[in-house]
Design a protein. Sequence first.
Length: 147
Amino acid sequence: MYDDILLPVDLGDESSWREALPAALELRRSPDARLHVMTVVPGMGSAWVAGFFPDGFEEKALEKANADMAAFVAGNVPDGVAARTIVASGAIYERILEAAEKVGADLIVMASHRPGFRDYLLGPNAARVVRHAPVSVMIVRERADRS
């Protein structure tokens, strides 16, 4: 079992945590194990792209993500579980790998949707995390009876 589990979630997509959150909770080594729940706000990419958004847009997006993450943890992580939130901005897989190193994660738990006709590989972020993570990565598939 594990002491520091990183769980990346997409707050706009329940399938990114519906199966993965219970798996992460089950994999904790002890009641004192820590769950690090993170989300990544996509970065603007360049100053040119940022010029199309109002001043302060990225800061407001990060503030909202922080508030949404706090509400997510309060509503979905059982009382008594040591959980912290992490909000990052930029390339999703890069921020996940950085967070794993920073928190000393010994496991990353990520969801991957059920493959459809045109999608038989892991998503690009999950695949990159699996390839480059310095720790074990568990990919949790969405159950077949869910859509």
